[in-house]
Ligand binder design. Structure first.
Ligand SMILES: [Zn+2]
Length: 402
């Protein structure tokens, strides 16, 4: 979901809309204005119905946003960095970079989303009651609809199956009881796959019995199966890396380069000289100052290569995933980002002491005897050139059929 329209910042978090969010708006507007409202509350103008439908759609998207913002804010407060929030067809996703440090933190990060939806359900419910007293029929209908939908979002998300919030709760509880976060994650992901299959089956039944509405459930089920499967694989990778520290796999010492050069000079003096596809930069005092990838360098048109400085192009240091040498490698994996070609820089008190590449991680996984996916060994399908980091731990705010 990279093709997002930046919506701005909420509570300091980058919020983006994926084009598929239009699907939610169309479903709500068409469903309410074209069908439900005229049927239940006849006698209003077409404009009145359409305005009610649009208001309901906008407030529903805002409700989803509130759900995700609450996850993100609590995650940040618990020391988990948040890349941003994206709203799309099936709800919202708060992209967390990293993992909760304890079962308790995991639990609150998960629970706060449904709690926010529940609070919204109550608020819309009260507003519904007031509008009903004032006999504002269509306003009351919209508010009642939003109260009900937020209640459904809160309840559905608490189903104990990953990647739903209830799955995070299950993982936190199993982690607390059994002491192994990754085994807990595997069980929560299995529950997720089970739920996904049930939803797909129910969707097909509804498709046959009642028509196109069932497609929604098939899509939702399929999405849950694919995310849960990816999470299970990620948990297994993490299990295989038990006892491996960042320092065990990192490449060290690191060759750094001066980012003040132009792209043209950089390519001739640095890139052609070294067998790497990612280049850490340092400033005057030798401190780490960002990272530039071959892909970024290539993206500069030939005629601009002389006038563009590498530093202007590079991923700034605060957005480069970083780790300490003694951290367990498994807890670092969720920080991987495609922006930096899957690289993690290893810092000791701001000093760059190493770098971890996807192939370093693949080698570590292979060496520790993991068999993921295909028979015959580690199969992470990471390449130096176009790395695909494993999916981050998501907190999707799934929504019910609108
Ligand atoms: Zn949620």
């Amino acid at each position: 979901m990279n093709d997002t329209i930046a919506l701005g910042r909420v509570a300091g978090l980058r919020v983006g809309l994926h084009w598929s969010v239009v699907g939610i708006v169309v479903l709500v507007v068409v469903g309410l204005a074209g069908y439900t409202l005229p049927l239940l509350y006849p006698g209003h103008s077409a404009v009145g119905y359409v305005l009610s439908g649009v208001a309901a759609a906008v407030l529903l998207v805002a409700s989803l946003l509130a759900h995700e913002v609450s996850h993100a804010v609590v995650a940040r407060r618990n020391g988990v960095a948040v890349d941003g929030i994206t709203l799309w067809l099936l709800g919202g996703v708060a992209r967390l970079r990293g993992e909760a440090g304890s079962p308790g933190a995991e639990l609150v990060i998960a629970v706060v989303g449904p709690a926010a939806s529940l609070v919204l359900a109550v608020l819309f419910g009260v507003a519904w009651w007031v509008a009903d007293l004032m006999t504002a029929e269509l306003v009351a209908a919209v508010l009642g609809y939003l109260a009900l939908l937020n209640l459904v979002i809160a309840v559905f998300n608490m189903v104990p199956a990953a990647p739903l919030d209830g799955g995070r709760v299950l993982r936190a509880v199993l982690w607390r009881l059994g002491g192994d976060r990754y085994k807990a994650a595997v069980w929560s992901a299995r529950a997720g796959r089970g739920l996904g299959f049930v939803l797909v089956a129910l969707g097909f039944v509804e498709l046959l019995a009642r028509g196109v509405g069932g497609i929604w459930w098939v899509l939702l089920g399929w999405f849950i199966i694919s995310v849960a499967s990816a999470e299970e694989q990620q948990a297994r990778v993490s299990m295989a890396l038990a006892g491996v520290r960042v320092r065990d796999v990192m490449s060290s010492p690191v060759e750094t380069a001066d980012g003040r050069r132009s792209v043209e000079e950089f390519v001739q003096k640095v890139v052609l000289d070294r067998p790497h596809s990612t280049f850490p930069l340092t400033d005057d005092s030798g401190r780490f100052n960002g990272l530039v990838t071959l892909r970024q360098l290539r993206s500069v048109p030939a005629r601009e290569r002389r006038s563009t400085s590498v530093a202007a192009l590079a991923v700034p240091p605060e957005r480069v995933p970083a780790a300490e040498p003694d951290e367990p490698l498994a807890t670092v994996l969720p920080r991987l980002s495609a922006d930096t070609g899957g690289r993690i820089v290893v810092l000791r008190a701001d000093e760059l002491v190493g770098i971890v590449s996807p192939s370093d991680i693949s080698r570590a996984v292979a060496r520790h005897g993991l068999h993921v996916g295909t028979p015959g060994g580690a199969d992470l399908r990471w390449s130096e050139e176009e790395p695909t980091p494993p999916p981050g731990w998501w907190f999707p705010g799934q929504r019910e059929d609108a």
